[in-house]
Design a binder for this molecule. Structure first.
Ligand SMILES: Nc1ncnc2c1ncn2[C@@H]1O[C@H](COP(=O)(O)OP(=O)(O)OP(=O)(O)O)[C@@H](O)[C@H]1O
Ligand SMILES: [Mg+2]
Length: 333
């Protein structure tokens, strides 16, 4: 059995070769604890956000792309494995590709190694996320063919120009869907007089968020009135929240341009030809491809289900021994 694991800030995804190849688990990377004891994980835990009593804590053990609570991350992952019927010897024997942040340092890498050991994984290869998002976005990974990828997730954005020989230029920044959600909360409070929770903000972004100047969808936001403190609701239009999105996409593009500006001429020529490969959950926003293509003045492509690019790339890599050897070795050197 072969597995790929993407422990995202927002969502954990697991790919498995058992019974056909495919993604077997997609769950929020979220844990509910009562007095420090894990009570619920995944969807069940995330649903409790903002609705719990004071003894219950809702925690995200991966924050801005990095493991911030190893014990909880391990407990969460164990429960996810149980949920999809993976345990004991099958995990111990499985070949695994585990996604790690771009530019991870040895100390952070050891956090991932400890986590893997804790949950009973043995044959694990750690791979920096941009290789996986590139593969999952169907960029052609070859030597001498650099590709340009941007992955915008919940807590982190990875920007990289890379080929099979390595990452030529790249960085990650703590920007993602969570920032957009927070901006929507601020907007609703200051402009619409309604306090909303983060689940509501995320729902608004995902349901009516758009970068199309002609978007005309609307939704009803429910929360608590700023003036009366009573439960209340108000209509919101797509265009109302567009600035909450563009503020962050623009920042990402500004930094991406700094990377592009420093590319050697031949690499720039390649990138110019193939354009940018976009992935990550935020790339599900309507019209984001057109927006980015026009701002970067280059071709842009988004794969289907962009939020699964990293785990899909992991699935492809774990089945390709030769390529895996080449890519995983870079981190182990
Ligand atoms: N339809 C949608 N429109 C806009 N954003 C969406 C949509 N669906 C999901 N998202 C957002 O995408 C983000 C999650 O994306 P993804 O699964 O790629 O992140 P992650 O891998 O968990 O996090 P990270 O890579 O930052 O550690 C969340 O902010 C989520 O709200
Ligand atoms: Mg991710």
């Amino acid at each position: 059995m072969k597995l790929a694991i993407d422990l995202g800030s927002s969502t954990t995804k697991i790919y498995c070769t058992n019974a056909g190849n495919g993604i077997v688990l997609v769950e929020p990377s979220c844990v509910a604890t009562v007095d420090g004891e894990v009570r619920a994980v995944g969807k069940e835990a995330k649903n409790l956000i903002g609705k719990t009593t004071s003894q219950t804590q809702i925690l995200f053990p991966v924050y801005e792309g990095r493991i911030v609570d190893g014990r909880l991350a391990a407990e969460m992952l164990k429960r996810f494995f149980q949920k999809v019927g993976l345990s004991g010897i099958s995990l111990f024997r499985a070949d695994i590709v585990f996604s790690v942040p771009c530019g991870i340092n040895p100390l952070e890498l050891s956090t991932y190694a400890t986590l893997a050991e804790e949950v009973g994984l043995r044959k694990v290869r750690f791979v920096e996320a941009p290789y996986l998002s590139a593969l999952g976005a169907y960029a052609v990974m070859e030597e001498g063919n650099p590709v340009f990828c941007i992955d915008v997730g919940g807590g982190v954005t990875n920007v990289a120009v890379l080929s099979l020989e390595g990452i030529i230029a790249g960085f990650s920044m703590n920007i993602g869907g969570n920032n957009v959600d927070a901006a929507i909360i601020d907007y609703m409070q200051s402009q619409k007089g309604l306090y909303i929770g983060s689940l509501t903000a995320e729902r608004l972004k995902n349901e009516i968020g758009s970068l199309s100047p002609n978007a005309r969808i609307s939704a009803v936001a429910e929360g608590c009135s700023v003036s009366s403190s009573l439960p209340s609701s108000i209509g919101v239009q797509s265009l109302d929240i567009t600035p909450c999105i563009t503020a962050y996409i623009d920042k990402i593009l500004e930094y991406s341009k700094l990377v592009l500006n420093k590319l050697p001429a031949e690499v720039a020529a390649n990138v110019n030809q193939s354009g940018v490969f976009l992935s990550g959950g935020l790339m599900k926003l309507p019209y984001v491809r057109e927006y980015i293509a026009s701002k970067l003045d280059m071709r842009a492509q988004i794969c289907e289900e962009p939020q699964f690019a990293v785990v899909r790339g992991g699935g492809a890599l774990v089945r390709d021994k030769k390529m895996l050897e080449k890519i995983a070795k870079k981190l182990e050197e």
